[in-house]
Design a protein around this ligand. Structure first.
Ligand code: OOB
Length: 557
């Protein structure tokens, strides 16, 4: 059983292999590579527990064996939602070993998002954290868990993971099958080694798209393409086994997983320290305690870090003494903030402009200050191809703004099972339209200037406007609605809903309704404005550009 997905054309694929971009190794090779010289080195520090490479490998072997015993075949899919923790990586590698392709939901996704993923994938296995609020909702009949209750014993399995557990003071991972009382403690009881990995040119797992078409979309990532992006990221970011990386943003996100992220750090033989959130209070203490030298942040978190240090000078900089480099990406970083990083935080800045679909751009550590503070970096691979096109589809002149199209050895070729979205997102040559408006410097670096996709980038968290609009339209008192971005000094953007109201529904009713639908909190509109009409374009569509301009005028008044 293999998962269907859009493959790269044969000739290109052969070329990627010939040039060594694709090495035909499974993603678990990342850990295998450390099992000789580095096996006793600490791979992960999570709360008060630390796990060597050997331990992570053994735990994922044992979990893979437990999953295999349940009879879930290779080629199945799994829906996983775990917090930043060692368990996240144990599960990640275990599922790879079983040949089960996981979609890793973000921890702040709620039942609406999880249901949408489950509907598309029909997972044979759910892996959820017992600490997650969703499990509380079990009694409140969330559709997802109804699903689980129905299928839990026959069609699909569910594994519950307790993130923090010490049993008799041992490093154990505590997991429990949904339908069984017995707690499954991964303590080496199963000898069998499972190796049912999918072929390297097949789907290893799914990344999540930020979305802009109303339905959350899944991005198939193969071992070959993802492993290449990890190796190349590790080279560009000059990672070595000395790297001690703080994973403070959500672990499944493409930034913290592979750019170079935790997988890049494992590849280099370094150590990943997990943080439950990116706040200065949480992170500064972890940095000091574990001598962290690298981390990745979204711009709003960087903003908080800079403020925290500026407010309390010496004691904070002393806490950050080991920190050598902060990567910032996910949304546009202002030049003013970028310029403060080295002075205030005493470390280097690297800008990262990436996407779960593939292409990742980095500024390089050796770049001059202008490139580091004013650009979002250049494509990391010599084999990345980009086109910057005007509205008519013609290449813009060098330095002019246009839409970014890209293809290459680690940029996907199609969303999972989404032919209509794919026909719009790709051109005939297989270039993917990222929905970003960029210009390119003479030196080949990209500067992100805006967006032509219907999305709000709320401090790195992406909101698919259409998805939220469609939910609001389910309220019979709303006859039309448009969700647009409004500028925000901290988050960069927040969301504003313009609503045409048929009766006298209140903003709080709309928010309550969305919460009842199980929508992730960051998607609930920050501002709701009731209007008589919505501006329309010449072809009769809602004119979102006009609405955004109207919003920014209102904010500056
Ligand atoms: C990262 O991935 P996604 O899939 O959550 O979001 C991708 C989109 C890009 O198309 C762009 O619109 C925006 O996020 N973005 C940036 C940016 N980095 C991402 N916009 C402006 N400046 C930047 N530096 O966000 C992602 C994936 C891998 C590495 C880093 C970020």
């Amino acid at each position: 059983m293999t998962i269907k997905f859009t493959q790269w054309p044969e000739q290109l694929a052969a070329d990627y292999v010939k040039k060594g971009y694709w090495n035909h190794q499974p993603l678990t090779h990342i850990i295998d590579g450390q099992l000789t010289d580095n096996r006793h080195k600490t791979a992960i520090i999570c709360n008060n527990r630390s796990f060597s490479y050997q331990k992570i490998n053994a735990l994922s072997d044992q979990l893979a064996a437990e999953i295999a015993v349940k009879g879930i075949p290779a080629g199945s899919t799994a829906l996983v939602q775990l917090p930043n923790s060692a368990e996240f990586y144990v599960v990640y590698f275990a599922l790879l070993k079983c040949g089960i392709a996981a979609v890793n939901a973000l921890f702040n996704h709620s039942s609406h998002e999880l249901n949408a993923f489950a509907k598309q994938l029909n997972p044979a296995l759910y892996i959820l954290s017992t600490e997650h609020a969703l499990l509380e909702n079990k009694k409140q009949q969330s559709t997802l868990l109804e699903n689980l209750a129905q299928h839990g014993t026959d069609n699909c399995e569910a594994l519950l993971v307790s993130p923090i557990s010490t049993v008799n003071g041992n490093e154990l991972v505590d997991m429990q099958w949904f339908d069984e009382q017995a707690v499954l403690l991964l303590n080496g009881t199963r000898e069998e080694k499972i190796n049912r990995q999918t072929a390297a040119d097949q789907v290893a797992f799914f990344q999540l798209s930020g979305g802009s078409t109303g339905t959350p979309k899944l991005i198939p990532r193969t071992h070959n393409d993802y492993y290449y992006s990890i190796r190349q990221s590790a080279v560009v970011c000059e990672l070595s086994s000395d790297c001690i990386y703080l994973c403070a943003l959500p672990a499944p996100h493409n930034f913290t997983l592979s750019s170079p992220g935790a997988l890049g750090v494992f590849f280099a033989g370094g150590t990943v320290v997990t943080a439950p959130d990116p706040s200065p209070t949480t992170c500064f203490a972890l940095i000091k305690q574990h001598k962290v030298n690298m981390t990745s942040l979204v711009p709003p978190a960087l903003h908080l870090w800079i403020n925290a240090v500026s407010d309390a000078q010496n004691c904070k900089t002393e806490q950050l003494a080991s920190l050598n480099m902060i990567q910032v990406g996910g949304s546009k970083l202002s030049t003013t903030i970028a310029e403060k990083v080295s002075d205030v935080l005493g470390c280097k800045l690297q800008q990262v402009f990436g996407m779960a679909e593939g292409l990742v751009n980095y500024t390089h550590l050796t770049d001059n200050q202008w490139h580091i503070t004013h650009t979002q970096g250049k494509p990391m691979s010599p084999c990345d191809q980009i086109k910057i096109l005007d509205e008519a589809g013609n290449p813009v002149k060098q330095g002019e703004v246009g839409a970014l199209w890209t293809r290459g050895p680690y940029t996907f070729r199609g969303y999972y099972n989404a032919p209509i979205a794919n026909s719009r997102a790709f051109d005939k040559e297989g270039f993917y339209c990222s929905g970003d408006l960029v210009k390119q410097t003479e030196t080949g670096y990209l500067i992100v200037m805006g967006r032509n996709k219907d999305q709000i980038n709320r401090g790195g968290e992406k909101i698919d406007a259409q998805e939220v609009e469609e939910l609001m339209l389910q309220l019979s008192s709303i006859s039309d609605v448009a969700l647009v971005a409004m500028e925000d000094p901290v988050l960069g953007e927040r969301s504003c809903a313009y609503i045409i109201n048929k009766s006298d529904i209140k903003a709080r009713d709309v928010r309550r309704f969305l919460r009842e639908q199980g929508v992730a909190a960051y998607k609930i509109p920050d501002r709701i404005t009731f209007v008589e009409t919505l501006p329309k374009t010449a072809v009769g569509k809602i004119d979102k550009r006009a609405l955004r301009e109207f919003t920014s005028l209102q904010l500056t008044e």
